[in-house]
Design a protein around this ligand. Sequence first.
Ligand SMILES: [Mn+2]
Length: 352
Amino acid sequence: MLNKLMGWKLFNRGSVVLPSYANKLKEFREAVGGASSVLILTHDYPDPDCIASAYGLSELLSFWGVERSTISFGGFVGRAENRAMIRHINIPTLPFALVDTNDYDRIILVDCYPGRGNVSLPPHVHVHAVIDHHPNNPPADAPFFHDIRPGYGAASTIVTSYLLEAGCPISPNLATALYNGIKTDTGGILRDTVSDDIECYRRLFELMDYRLLSQIENPGRDMEFFRMIHRATEAAVCYENVGYTHVGAVSAPDSVAEMAEFFHSWEKLEWMICSGIFKNQVFFSMRSATDRLAWAQAERLAKRLGGSGGGHAKAAAGRIPIETDIATTLTKIESSIREIFGVKNIEAEPLL
Ligand SMILES: [Mn+2]
């Protein structure tokens, strides 16, 4: 409660909790503000939070006189809502496969961290700035600017605070994007939220275009979406309060997060894990109702099977390579889930 009150009070004075946005913004501007071309890179298969954050940073850079900034990511956007967001707000992006990093004099990573399994940037490429809210610890001599706030619900909160601190105008389109970024990354301020998230959410609500948000949140859907729900429902089981489903091959890996979120509303569940296959890898996503260690569980599951994983307190994800064949990998995943979550001796109860 005290933290919450302090956060609000400090925010209203123009600089928020530690580290202060004023200092960080100054450092950030020193790191990237003098550039003529900047590459803003998000994690692969991006979500609204990283897209909105990248869009906000590109507006901030333009406000500071940077001539050209490009938003890019590996993979592509699959979820209908997220495609609608990019389309309706008209956020220009470039696939990372088409980017030559030598064309840019600064590189910013947002909502992700260099060297992690979900970033397409090759390890030898120098990064100039990292803005993130995942639990990553840069070394003391990290050769890049960083503002990493692991307790924060969204990278969009950090970017919104930068825009406010810098006095950069926030258009209705940008406000809608950032609001949607915070809303989706926190499940509507339900999980992984600090007072700054709520304060930015409130400030953006005053600035955004409600009709635009409604268009984003109610997109048309292709047949694959309904077929995926069908497959996920058929495959769903629970081990007491731990749910699991495998949706089979997906045309976009972000569908896996979408299904994890949807099936997590099965009322008896504490945990929900969903997996799907894309490009010869198993992508998985997990949600927790109360436990604060979803990221650690995701990392544990992925590492056991030669993959990588991470995330937040209540929402996390990862990838696992398919070794010999799909069936063997899936069997290993299911038995690992049962061991990790302590339900090894519980019989599976199918949803249907
Ligand atoms: Mn995020």
